[in-house]
Design a protein around this ligand. Structure first.
Ligand code: LLP
Length: 432
């Protein structure tokens, strides 16, 4: 991130503060957000996609401060639960700039969205369309929620690869290939209780290959044109989802927002011209690409263990004071991260290292393979970069470990975004 660097003593600093000062003031583990960097990424997306709407995907990391920052920078907020919606509303985000996703929204969640008057609800199933119609009727308030219909394009993208004929054997959305997507569009269009605003497509996450987005856009615009031919109505909007990849390690080379925007604009123009339809008002939903690179996790080393491997090499297990409860991505997806000794310079040579947590589970690994200085020792601080997305937001209380705080640093000052959970917080839930 922009304001993170090591100083002359080899100590990691962020926006004018050293990690040693941060650890003294707020303790570890802690997630540290470079506010200026996060805002800059939001602004970069808004500028590159000027004329489109950019919704920040709150599932990657949401709290009221971040919701306010991205709204300040001109973004809307994409939510996928009543909880995320409540945070965006509490932050004061204009409801017209909020979307609600979810493959199994409850009546309560839908009513929260209707009460707030969110700008769009992304319908994911025939049951949901029926539920929405029923709720609008029984509420009888003259509401006409604006709906997008989430489709599956048959494109499945994972990091460096995509499959254009992906199996549609998954829970989200209406399949284009089966005809369900067109049926759903026709149902929403026919329902006087609902306002159809367009098609929504999201093809996956941590994607580097722009070709996946191109194929998805082609299929989505094909459906858009087919619906227009059937009804004489061109839906006014379309959302092409999020999923833009970030660099977790130096092996990753993500596209810039400007490159993504250029490629996506081109394909949309070509396809709309080919189908003879107007270019709809477009939007995207990046989460990770905004929140991910802007934060690092800061841990303190507690124990160090050396294991001799077959062949004689040695692996150093560096155990820190967090783990899979604050970042489950390595255990869950075999995600790759890097780590760095953050609290001092070391002249020691590199040692094959694995950064592990404090949980009672062998798979409790944060960084599977890294070279850390051979003299890493208890009391050292270790930072894991690119930890802003899907880490704290997916944190659990496994082993009744309290979840770490999230702080932001800007101009040498700390702002607490989420406070540290305490054992009291955890014990309070236990009412037996
Ligand atoms: N829009 C929709 C409809 C989504 O389902 C998602 C992510 C996004 C936008 C934002 O995607 P992003 O730009 O952040 O990649 N927990 C996983 C990622 C799951 C993403 C689910 N949907 C991970 O840690 O990699």
């Amino acid at each position: 991130s922009r304001n993170v660097a090591k100083n002359a003593d080899g100590v990691l600093t962020v926006a004018g503060l050293t990690v040693t000062e941060i650890a003294e003031q707020v303790g570890t583990p802690v997630y540290v957000v470079d506010e200026d960097d996060l805002r800059h990424r939001a602004r970069e997306f808004a500028a590159a996609f000027a004329g489109w709407d950019v919704y920040y995907a709150g599932k990657s990391f949401l709290c009221t401060a971040v919701a306010r920052w991205v709204a300040d920078e001109g973004l809307g907020v994409d939510t996928c639960s009543g909880g995320e919606l409540a945070v965006a509303l509490r932050a004061g985000v204009d409801p017209a700039r909020i979307g609600l996703h979810g493959n199994n929204k409850s009546d309560t969640e839908i009513e929260l969205a209707l009460d707030a008057g969110v700008g769009r609800i992304i319908a994911d199933s025939f049951d949901e369309i029926a539920r929405l119609i029923r709720l609008v009727r029984t509420r009888d308030r003259g509401e006409r929620p604006r709906l997008m219909v989430r489709v599956t394009t048959g494109v499945e993208a994972h990091t460096h690869a995509y499959i254009a004929t992906a199996h549609e054997d998954q829970k989200f959305g209406f399949s284009i290939a089966s005809g369900n997507a067109l049926d759903a569009l026709l149902q929403v269009h026919a329902a006087s209780e609902l306002e159809l605003i367009g098609i929504h497509s999201h093809i996956g996450s941590q994607i580097f290959d722009a070709e996946g987005f191109a194929v998805a856009a082609r299929r989505t615009l094909g459906l858009h044109a087919e619906f227009a031919a059937r009804t004489g109505v061109e839906p006014p909007e379309m959302d092409l989802g999020g999923g833009f990849g970030i660099a977790y390690t130096s092996a990753d080379t993500p596209a810039t927002p400007a490159e993504l925007a250029e490629a996506m604009r081109r394909i949309v123009e070509v396809e709309c011209a080919a189908h003879g339809v107007a270019v709809p008002h477009l939007s995207i939903e990046p989460g990770r690409a905004i929140s991910g690179p802007s934060a690092f996790a800061l841990y303190e080393v507690g124990t160090v263990k050396r294991v001799e491997l077959d062949g004689g090499a040695v692996r150093t297990y560096v155990a820190v004071d967090g783990g899979m409860s604050d970042n489950i991505r390595t255990a869950l997806y075999a995600a790759e991260y890097s780590a760095t000794l953050a609290s001092r310079r070391s002249a020691a040579g590199p040692a094959i290292s694995r950064v592990v947590g404090k949980h009672c589970e062998g798979g409790d690994i944060l960084v599977r393979d890294e070279f850390l200085p051979a003299d890493v020792t208890p009391g050292d601080l270790v930072a894991v970069p690119a930890s802003g997305a899907y880490s704290r937001s997916m944190a659990s209380n496994y082993n009744h470990v309290p979840r770490p705080p999230v702080i932001a640093v800007a101009d040498g000052r700390i702002q607490t975004l989420l406070r540290r959970e305490t054992l009291d917080d955890i014990l309070r839930l236990d009412v037996g």
